[in-house]
Structures are given as structure tokens and as C-alpha cells.
Design a protein around this ligand. Structure first.
Ligand SMILES: Cc1cc2nc3c(=O)[nH]c(=O)nc-3n(C[C@H](O)[C@H](O)[C@H](O)COP(=O)(O)OP(=O)(O)OC[C@H]3O[C@@H](n4cnc5c(N)ncnc54)[C@H](O)[C@@H]3O)c2cc1C
Length: 320
């Protein structure tokens, strides 16, 4: 086993996913403890340019049309080959739909241990990980196993900027495996409804979560949005109830937003929600629970009942 850290570089439609930069930043910290190098593992077809800007010492690049788009079948075969050859200390995956799917399959196929929902690492005499359990309500700490391990990373523990580098990494072209006959292929991307406002490009978002309690209560958030010049969006429970359309959903299964201000009202800050808001300039969270994980990533936090705060804020803003 080497001391190197491998990072699965996630990309979709020609763009490197933000979690890949978060993982590069995490991998650098982990590599300081293990004494190895950081390798970005990039699978694609004609996608070598995606290696630019990644903070990795080296890039293992597999150029093959069968891995042009993600399918767990082709990725599993390719990554298993790379794991066998390199025997890294650890390989990082995004705790995303893609990362979770492939890391689970690889763990089952290889028998390698899988650490899920890792937020950050700490370096001591031996490297430790801290993972989120129960949607972020519990932080669990453990030592990295002594064998190669697979780790899925949630956003929030490292800044994506720290995973960028202007220094060019050495790209090592890596042969694809001899693929088994393929049964999976990408058919099409299903785009979300675009007839509503595009929350991904709105500068001021008023986000409501389960704390809003009833559909009728959304009105107070709408009033605040009107007073402040923002747009109402939501976490998944609100959308699952059918109280707001999917075009207003923020997070893993919704939109990644990047407003100047994201006001999170009655939202706990589960990893699947946080994944969609890390690009926000300023996150302000209001929650009655001082231990709500959203406060870990919020710049400003208010421990308050939203039913007291929202009307008071709307009134104040309407005066000015
Ligand atoms: C595969 C998968 C994909 C997912 N995709 C998404 C996604 O895209 N987006 C998403 O949001 N979720 C997603 N989820 C769900 C996610 O795991 C959480 O369940 C969800 O984000 C929780 O929403 P919430 O914070 O509104 O609710 P909760 O976690 O129930 O939190 C409600 C919060 O409101 C606070 N609160 C209650 N009353 C008040 C009050 N009066 N005043 C102030 N605070 C109050 C509580 O303290 C609590 O912190 C996904 C889950 C899975 C498994």
C-alpha cells in the first residue's frame, strides 16, 4: 500500500463539480499526515482540459468513450483497476449521487472499508476522520483503517478555493481496463422545469425548511421576500409536500445556488441541503435549535423562532 491519496474527479457536461475541489483540499491535508501525494483520478473522453486548476500533484487520466459519461458499470471497472495498481492509502469520492453509487459498489467488489459522509480530517499521530451521522445531527470521529479505504466527502469542511491551483499537475495517461460487455449507457439528462424563476442565478434567497410547519405559513416568507427583494426557495420536505415547485428546491436533488445572501429559515442543514448552498457568499441561519448543523456553515446565526423573527423583520424592512 502506498501513502498516496486518490481523488475521484467528478464532472458533468464539461464542468468539474465543486465537490472535486473540496476533495482536493481535503486530500492535501490528509496527505500531510500520510506523507504521500495527491492524485486526481479523471475519467472521460477528450476531457484532459478538466485537469487544469485542480490542486493535485498528479492526474491519472483515463481517456475512453466508455467513461465519457458516468455509468457505475464502466467507472467501477476502471477505478477498481486503478485501486489495484496504486493501492493508495485512501480514495476520496463526493458524497453525491455519483460518488455514493460508485464508492459503495467498489467497497462491495473489493472488500475495502468505506467511510461515509466525512466532513474533515485531523492530523495527529495517526489520521482521523470526522463524519456526519443522522443527517448531520451527530459528529462521529474515528481513525483511518490501516488498509486502503474509500471515503465519501460531504461539503462544508474545506473551502473549494483551497482545492484550486494555478500550478499545472503532471497528467499521467492511464490505460482503461478491458471492459466487460456494457449494459449501461447514458440516455439523456432530464432538465428541471425552467418556466419558473431560476433560483441558481438569484442574488437574494429566502429559504424555508420544515420549520415553516404549514403551507399557509409560507405567506410570511413571501411577504419577507417582497419586502427585501428576494425569492423564496426551500429544502426538500417543503417541496415533497407539494407546497413549492421543484424549481425552488435547493440541494442535492435540486439546485446549487450561489446568492450573495442565503437566509435559511427553519432549516437544519442536512448534508444534502448544504451541498446546494456552499456557493453562497453569506449564509444567515435562523433556527430554534442552537446545535443545528446549519450553524456550522452560516456566517451569521440567530437562535430564534422564525414565527417571531420573520414578521418583525418584514415590518422593519417595510418601514425603510
Ligand atoms: C438522496 C437524498 C437527496 C436529498 N436531496 C435533498 C435536497 O436536494 N435538498 C434538501 O433540502 N434535502 C434533501 N434531502 C433531504 C435531507 O436529508 C433532509 O432531510 C432535509 O434537507 C431536511 O430539511 P429541513 O432542514 O427543512 O428539515 P429538518 O431537518 O426537519 O429541520 C427543520 C429545522 O427547523 C428548525 N425549526 C423548527 N421549528 C422552528 C421554528 N419555529 N423556528 C426556527 N427553527 C425551527 C428545527 O430546529 C430544525 O433544525 C435528500 C435526502 C436524500 C437521502
Amino acid at each position: 500500500m502506498s501513502n498516496d491519496i486518490l481523488v475521484n474527479i467528478e464532472h458533468i457536461r464539461g464542468e468539474v463539480a465543486e465537490i472535486s475541489y473540496v476533495m482536493c483540499a481535503a486530500a492535501h491535508q490528509l496527505s500531510q499526515a500520510t506523507g504521500g501525494e495527491v492524485y486526481g483520478v479523471l475519467l472521460g473522453s477528450g476531457a484532459e482540459n478538466l485537469a487544469k486548476g485542480l490542486a493535485a500533484d498528479k492526474i491519472l487520466y483515463v481517456d475512453d468513450p466508455r467513461v465519457a459519461n458516468f455509468t457505475s458499470e464502466a467507472y467501477q471497472q476502471t477505478l477498481q483497476n486503478i485501486l489495484n495498481e496504486h493501492e493508495p492509502r485512501a480514495m476520496l469520492f463526493g458524497h453525491t449521487s455519483i460518488g455514493m453509487e460508485i464508492a459503495n459498489i467498489l467497497s462491495a467488489k473489493t472488500g475495502l472499508p468505506l467511510i461515509s459522509s466525512c466532513l474533515y480530517f485531523s492530523n495527529g499521530s495517526s489520521p482521523k476522520f470526522t463524519s456526519l451521522l443522522y443527517g448531520g445531527k451527530i459528529l462521529a470521529q474515528g481513525e483511518l483503517p490501516s488498509t486502503t479505504c474509500l471515503i465519501t466527502m460531504v461539503p462544508g469542511g474545506y473551502k473549494p478555493e483551497d482545492g484550486h491551483s494555478s500550478k499545472e499537475s503532471t497528467v499521467l495517461n492511464t490505460a482503461p481496463p478491458i471492459f466487460d460487455e456494457s449494459r449501461m449507457s447514458l440516455v439523456k439528462y432530464i432538465e428541471p422545469d425552467s418556466s419558473d424563476v431560476d433560483i441558481a442565478s438569484e442574488p437574494l434567497l429566502i429559504a424555508i425548511g420544515r420549520g415553516i410547519q404549514l403551507e399557509d405559513n409560507i405567506e410570511i416568507a413571501e411577504e419577507l421576500a417582497e419586502a427585501i427583494g428576494g425569492i423564496v426557495c426551500a429544502s426538500r420536505p417543503v417541496v415533497d409536500q407539494g407546497w413549492l415547485p421543484t424549481s425552488r428546491l435547493v440541494g442535492k436533488s435540486g439546485f446549487r445556488v450561489k446568492p450573495k445572501v442565503y437566509l435559511a429559515l427553519g432549516i437544519s442543514g442536512a448534508p444534502e441541503h448544504v451541498e446546494g448552498i456552499t456557493g453562497s457568499e453569506i449564509i444567515i441561519a435562523v433556527n430554534t435549535d442552537p446545535a443545528a448543523p446549519i450553524f456550522n456553515i452560516a456566517k451569521y446565526g440567530v437562535v430564534e423562532d422564525i414565527f417571531d423573527l420573520i414578521p418583525a423583520l418584514t415590518e422593519k424592512l417595510s418601514e425603510s
